[in-house]
Design a protein around this ligand. Structure first.
Ligand code: IMP
Ligand code: MG
Length: 173
């Protein structure tokens, strides 16, 4: 059977925009004007990051990571990284932007590999958090919304590459 998109969004456009602006303000304040290397994790965080960076007042450089761990609705476990920041990260203030923290494997692997480059500061910001499925402990980060154990799509998040373009977050049942 084909999974069914929820009729109403789980998190609506206004809530996402409000929360994103709030996160941007907090990040701007916490980094106190220092330049930030914003590392967006493709593809899922693309849309969230494009909104978030416009609410961050500090100077920014934009870099990207492409990470894959998911097949269909289940994590395959192993994390594959195929795109990596081009600028040196040593002594830089790095902010990783993620779509969702699920098992935590992807973010843990990314943070480990970034940490090895010895940035001055390493933080992350995720639109969504599904703490009930966590398998890897993560340091505290900036989080937009905590969600129950639903599979969610929209606003960048996909199911088999579909639904990323939706302007809000929906559940897939
Ligand atoms: P983790 O490594 O298990 O934390 O999974 C992280 C990645 O799996 C995310 O960056 C998403 O691409 C994908 N993912 C996890 N949960 C969902 C979901 O509910 N909807 C869409 N993608 C998800
Ligand atoms: Mg995905």
């Amino acid at each position: 059977m084909n999974p069914q998109l929820s009729e109403a969004p789980l998190i609506g456009v206004d809530a996402i925009q409000q929360r994103t602006a709030e996160l941007g303000r907090r990040i701007s304040k916490d980094f106190a004007g220092d330049e930030i290397v914003v590392v967006t994790v493709l593809k899922g965080a693309l849309i969230f990051a494009s909104d978030l960076i416009r609410h961050i007042t500090a100077a920014q450089r934009l870099e990207f990571i492409r990470a894959r761990s998911y097949q269909g609705r289940r994590s395959s476990g192993a994390v594959q990284i195929s795109v990596w920041p081009e600028c040196p990260l040593r002594d830089q203030n790095v902010l990783v932007v993620e779509d969702i923290l699920d098992t935590g494997r992807t973010t843990a692997a990314i943070l480990d590999r970034l940490d090895a480059e010895q940035p001055a500061r390493l933080e992350y910001c995720a639109l969504l958090d599904k703490p009930s499925r966590r398998e890897r402990p993560l340091p505290p980060g900036y989080v937009g919304f905590t969600v129950e154990d639903h599979f969610v799509v929209g606003y960048g998040l996909d199911y088999e590459e579909r639904y990323r373009e939706l302007d809000a977050v929906y559940t897939l049942e």
